[in-house]
Design a protein. Structure first.
Length: 152
């Protein structure tokens, strides 16, 4: 599918799908391995949960799988991914930017008065594309800012 998917209460719909898992080769270098989702098991337990994000990428590796925190739909899968290189399809990305434009910090700040550091950390410039594609709304961005502002 060349996009992030949430393996949540709907994870069973991805049984049979293949995912990339980061491993190490015999020389200790990072490598990729294809793994297939073959079953889903649900358990319920009370734990303490942490949902880290990385500056500018919002993702991290957990047990070799690229992971992303829940509840931030619209901040990722904005651009198509080239399935051969597993990088953004640069032509499609350029076309999206041409069609929808990018936010400048100043323009974004007029709507949402946040620091430039936070704007950059969450790739604020690309949110204009996400809005244009219907992936997120202005209201949802405001909700996310309010929800996470205490951490900044």
């Amino acid at each position: 599918m060349n996009s992030y998917v949430y393996l949540d209460e709907n994870a069973e719909q991805y049984i049979g799908h293949w995912f990339n898992k980061q491993t190490r080769d015999e020389n200790g270098n990072f490598a990729w391995e294809k793994v297939q989702l073959t079953q889903v098991t649900f358990t319920q337990e009370y734990t303490t949960a942490y949902s880290p994000v990385t500056y500018g990428h919002l993702c991290y590796f957990v047990n070799g799988m690229l992971s992303m925190p829940g509840g931030i739909e619209g901040l990722f899968n904005i651009f198509e991914v080239d399935k051969q290189t597993m990088t953004y399809d640069l032509q499609a990305m350029a076309a999206d930017i041409e069609e929808y434009g990018l936010f400048t910090y100043e323009e974004f700040y007029e709507i949402y008065p946040i620091s430039e550091e936070v704007f950059e950390a969450f790739n604020g410039e690309y949110l204009k594309v996400a809005i244009g594609k219907g992936l997120i709304t202005y209201e949802r961005i405001a909700e996310l800012i309010e929800r996470y502002s205490e951490f900044f």
